[in-house]
Write a new protein. Structure first.
Length: 189
C-alpha cells in the first residue's frame, strides 16, 4: 500500500452524469403541486444552466463519496455539442478522425476524401444518436472498415470519395483511378 500526498494533485472528472439533472431539478423545484405546477417536457430543459447549479450535496446524492467530492473544488458545466461542433471535431484538429484515416490510406498510396455533405451526415448521425464526439469514431469506423481491408488489394485505386449516401444509405464509396475516372470495380466485402 502506497501513501500519496494529494495536496498538489489536480483531479479532473468528466462525463455525462446521467440522472444528475433530476437530482438538481428536485432540489431546485419550488413550484406548487397540482394545477399550479409547471409541467414541462424533459427535452425543453436547459441542461447547461441546470448543471451550473450543481452543489456538492447533489453529487453525493448522485453516488460520489464525500471524500472524493472534497477534492473537486470547482464544478463546471459544459455546453451540449451541436452538429457544427461535431463537424469541426471531425476535421479541424491536427489528429482528427478524418485526418487519421487519410494518413492511413496514404500508406497504401490512396487519397481519401470526405465530401462536406458526408461530414455533415456523420455529425448529424452522432447528434441524433446523442453519442457526441465519442460516437463520431464509431460512425467513421463503420464506414471505413471494409475500405481499409479491401483497398490494399487493388493497385489501380488512387482515390476514394466518401459521399453522403455512403454514410446515410451504406452505399459503396466512389473509387477513382489515377486518371480521375471512376472504376467499375466494387469493394470485395
Amino acid at each position: 500500500m502506497l501513501k500519496i500526498d494529494t495536496r498538489n494533485i489536480l483531479f479532473i472528472c468528466g462525463g455525462a452524469f446521467v440522472g444528475l439533472d433530476r437530482i438538481i431539478e428536485k432540489r431546485m423545484d419550488t413550484s406548487s403541486m397540482g394545477f399550479g405546477k409547471n409541467v414541462g417536457d424533459s427535452r425543453d430543459k436547459d441542461l447547461a444552466t441546470l448543471y451550473s447549479n450543481v452543489l456538492p450535496d447533489d453529487l453525493i446524492k448522485f453516488g460520489l463519496i464525500p471524500e472524493f467530492i472534497g477534492r473537486l473544488p470547482i464544478h463546471v458545466a459544459l455546453n451540449e455539442l451541436h452538429v457544427e461542433d461535431l463537424e469541426r471535431i471531425l476535421t479541424e484538429p491536427k489528429n482528427s478522425i478524418i485526418r487519421q484515416y487519410q494518413a492511413t490510406m496514404k500508406l497504401d498510396n490512396v487519397e481519401l476524401e470526405f465530401t462536406k455533405e458526408a461530414i455533415h451526415s456523420i455529425a448529424q448521425t452522432a447528434f441524433d444518436q446523442k453519442t457526441g464526439a465519442r460516437g463520431l469514431r464509431s460512425i467513421v469506423e463503420s464506414i471505413m472498415t471494409d475500405i481499409m481491408y479491401d483497398v490494399p488489394s487493388y493497385s489501380d485505386v488512387a482515390r476514394i470519395v466518401i459521399e453522403e449516401s455512403t454514410v446515410t444509405n451504406k452505399t459503396k464509396p466512389v473509387l477513382l483511378g489515377s486518371d480521375g475516372k471512376p472504376l467499375d470495380r466494387k469493394l470485395l466485402t
